[in-house]
Design a protein around this ligand. Structure first.
Ligand code: MGD
Ligand code: MGD
Ligand code: SF4
Ligand code: MO
Length: 738
């Protein structure tokens, strides 16, 4: 038996693994886990199958005479050093691109090392799944609160009224709101007399659970939310509560909302004006309320304005930063709170992409622009690419173009356990070990947890002769810093520790101000570099022992002594600690956002009557992977086009038909699935499918049917403020095949 936090989605459930003969043979929910209390879903329950998947790479692959062949770790790192070295010496570090995929948010290695690689290269060619996902939220937070990671999460355990927009947590298990058993929490909300409203063009499982379901036209949430804001002003329902005195721009928002009366947006949104007014009244009247928006408000044409307006409603109803409202979690590895101070203005567009001139956002360019930056010759062209935990050939728009572009690279390195649609283009693949053999700590997701907590899982099984992912990435860093892959990878971590402690001891507000760096370094627990860094961060953090100054505080040793985790209590108001705007107040109407409002106003007048495509997720899937596990992938084709029966009838489609779907980037065939819960005019297809290309190493996945929905996208439609691809609300034509 061993305990292991599940790394497969944002819910971070504690698992109890059964171990027999040196391998994992089963997984159950850990009932004593302080955060998840025994919850588990089918993916977590398949942990053993995932861990033991025979198609997982156990040794590195290096391309020889065109073929990817197994080799030793030594040879693989030497090849990386030589080949990357050649590209860097011929074209410079900035010619190396980096793509960081979703699982980096779930691994220790992904949290600690990629920034070092980017810095070592000095490259601005940085891409990630964020511009296929939550980048609009970062931009909105940065502009409103001065920090792009000042996440607001719904206080699920205490709220009286929850509005879920464009999320289906009963299937996704929640996102940008880390809560194990999200469904249970929604049921508990209703049981205690609270209300749940779901806004989604599909009647999802989450919508089925709701007191009220509004089904807008895809892509129109920003207008709908503006109409809620309009109503709040119009009916004198604005009440900032404790926030009064901390908010700039209320009158500007009132003026901007003037054009968005519910009657003015009703036709565009496809929602009755009365329903919008009622929503505004109820949010305002509830003892506490939280508006929570996710993928459906984010990966759309007005993603950043929509993400902003979610928190505008939270602020105008006094629900920001109060129990039961939208609150700021306090992670155990966040820096210890400092006295309030003004920050520098959050900005995007400090530099621009070479080919299309996209503004940088959080030092990244849009994932949708990766292919053109590889293909287009000239100074700054991407000549080599490092992908870590990503599969952009399936997850980003127009994978076929990226597929071709990757072939044109001088060198590609992938850090990934699988040979898949993206990594098959690599010259070297360095596979991390199965999750049972890695330690786990949620550096990223603790900042999003609906209840503060700290949990650490050491590796459940020994590594054997292979490096863990932290070591793999540290060795790549050694190469890029010119130190040599054969040196001790701990050097990388010790350098970070020295730099961090030097800065902390020089900061008069740090819990270790003025203390000698040597003394602090000597206090860190012996162990792998990542553990020493974690120990340091915990001790410098809000609950930390401040290196002995607070004897009861948190250290890694204390955390290890609590294998089911340490509960750090409910979320607490802490706006003053979070705010880092240059004015020291919440900026409700930042110029960068309000400048995009005319585009939304113009959209209200557009009348499109074709079909709009949205995405959907499946409980037994995870983006483009986990399709190789028989336990999760039995049964019929899941990659179907869901359509309302009346729409299907109008198109002459029956439930046994295959449809041709045409989008801006191409066309696909998919079987249709009649679904009365779809809004008329809206169809859905899941993403991450289409594993039939040759040259991959996932036997189960490649035998499954399914097509790549992102081939319908040409990559030209982006939310301009965040560079996020429009993946929901894509105009498509549908017809019977053949
Ligand atoms: N049409 C459409 N497209 C979408 C979306 C949508 O809703 N609709 N959703 C978007 C979203 S939200 C996201 S986050 C992106 C995801 O986009 P990506 O992050 O590019 O893709 P994933 O499918 O998550 O691929 C994860 C990769 O990580 C590997 N991996 C798994 N575990 C580990 C590990 O521990 N270490 C390492 N190094 N690798 C590991 C897997 O083998 C796989 O290759 O897709 C986006 N694409
Ligand atoms: N089982 C499973 N869980 C997952 C994943 C997975 O692939 N499978 N992926 C993980 C990842 S990377 C992420 S980012 C999260 C995402 O987590 P969620 O945001 O909960 O994602 P979805 O389940 O795709 O739900 C998005 C909903 O938005 C709706 N929608 C589409 N367009 C619009 C619109 O314009 N307006 C509104 N209001 N709604 C719209 C869709 O119908 C859909 O029901 O899930 C994570 N969890
Ligand atoms: S809900 Fe997420 S974290 Fe929990 S068991 Fe399932 S996949 Fe793992
Ligand atoms: Mo995501």
């Amino acid at each position: 038996m061993a305990l292991r936090i599940c790394p497969l989605c944002e819910a971070t459930c504690g698992l109890t693994l059964t171990i027999e003969d040196g391998r994992v043979t089963g997984a159950r929910g850990d009932r004593e886990d302080v955060f998840s209390k025994g919850f588990i879903c089918p993916k977590g329950a398949s942990f053993a199958e995932l861990d033991n998947d025979p198609d997982r790479l156990s040794r590195p692959l290096v391309r020889r005479d065109g073929e990817l062949t197994e080799t030793s770790w030594e040879d693989a790192f030497e090849t990386v050093a030589n080949r990357l070295g050649t590209v860097v010496s011929e074209h410079g570090g900035p010619s190396v691109g980096v793509y960081l995929g979703n699982p980096n948010a779930h691994t220790i290695a992904g949290a600690l090392y990629p920034p070092l690689l980017v810095r070592a290269l000095g490259t601005r060619q940085v891409y990630s799944a964020s511009t296929l996902d939550q980048m609009p939220k970062h931009v909105a937070l940065g502009l409103m609160f001065g920090s792009p990671v000042a996440f607001t999460v719904p206080d699920l355990d205490r709220t009286d009224y929850l509005v879920v927009i464009g999320a289906n947590p009963l299937v996704s298990n929640g996102s940008l709101a880390t809560a194990a058993d999200f469904g249970g929490k929604l049921r508990a909300l209703r049981k205690r007399g609270g209300r749940l409203v779901v806004i989604d063009p599909a009647r999802t499982r989450t919508a089925e659970l709701a007191d009220r379901h509004l089904a807008p036209r895809p892509g129109t949430d920003a207008a709908l939310l503006f109409a809620v804001v309009h109503t709040l002003f119009d009916e004198d329902l604005v009440d900032l509560g404790a926030l009064a005195g901390s908010v700039n721009g209320v009158d500007d928002v009132r003026a901007l909302a003037a054009d968005f009366a519910p009657e003015a947006v009703a036709a565009y949104c496809g929602v009755a004006a009365d329903d919008i007014r009622l929503l505004a009244r109820e949010v305002a009247a509830a003892p506490s309320a939280a508006v929570y928006g996710r993928i459906g408000t984010s990966t759309v044409e007005f993603g950043t304005i929509g993400s902003w307006l979610v928190d505008v409603v939270n602020v105008l109803t006094g629900n920001l930063d109060r129990p039961g409202g939208a609150m700021f979690p306090l992670s155990p590895v966040a820096p210890a709170p400092r006295p309030p101070k003004a920050g520098r203005e959050f900005r995007t567009g400090r530099w621009h992409s070479r080919v299309s001139g996209h503004p940088e956002v959080l030092s990244e360019f849009p994932a949708a622009a990766l292919a053109e930056e590889i293909e287009t010759p000239g100074k700054g062209q991407i000549k080599a690419l490092i992908t870590i935990a990503g599969n952009p050939v399936l997850s980003a728009p127009d994978g076929e173009r990226l597929d071709r572009a990757l072939d044109g690279l001088d060198f590609m390195l992938a850090v990934d356990p699988y040979l898949n649609e993206t990594t098959r283009h690599a010259d070297v693949i360095l596979p991390p070990p199965p999750p049972s053999r890695s330690a786990h700590f949620d550096f990223a997701l603790n900042n999003l947890a609906v209840r503060n907590n700290a949990r650490y899982s050491p590796p459940a099984l020994p590594l054997g002769e292979r490096p863990d992912e932290a070591e793999i990435l540290a060795r790549i860093a050694l190469i890029l810093y010119g130190i040599g892959a054969d040196r001790d990878p701990a050097l990388v971590d010790e350098q970070v520790i020295a730099t961090t402690l030097t800065a902390q001891t020089a900061d008069p507000h740090s819990p270790v101000a003025g203390r000698p760096v040597d003394e602090l370094t000597a206090m860190l627990e012996d162990g792998p570099g990542y553990e020493r860094r974690l120990d340091m961060m915990l001790r410098l953090g809000p609950y930390g022992d401040a290196f002995g100054a607070k004897p009861d505080g948190l250290t890694l040793a204390r955390l290890k002594a609590a294998p089911h985790g340490i509960d750090l209590g409910p979320l607490r108001p802490r706006l003053a600690q979070v705010l880092r705007t240059s004015t020291g107040r919440i900026e409700l109407a930042p110029r960068a956002l309000t400048a995009d409002v005319p585009r939304l106003r113009a959209a209200l007048r557009e009348r499109a009557d074709g079909y709009l495509l949205v995405g959907r997720r499946h409980l037994r899937s995870n983006n483009s992977w986990m399709h190789n596990l028989p336990a999760l992938n039995g049964g019929t084709n899941r990659c179907t086009l869901r359509i309302h029966p009346d729409d299907a009838a109008e198109l002459g489609l029956t439930d046994t038909d295959v449809a041709v779907i045409k989008g801006p980037g191409g066309e696909l065939l998919a079987p249709i699935e009649l679904e009365p819960g779809m809004r008329r005019g809206v169809v859905s297809l899941p993403h991450g499918w289409g594993h039939d290309r040759g040259g991959t190493g996932q036997k189960v996945a490649s035998s499954r049917p399914g097509v790549n929905v992102n081939q319908l996208n040409d990559g030209n439609r982006l939310d301009p403020l965040s560079g996020t691809a429009v993946l929901n609300g894509v105009p498509v034509d549908i017809a019977p095949a053949g």
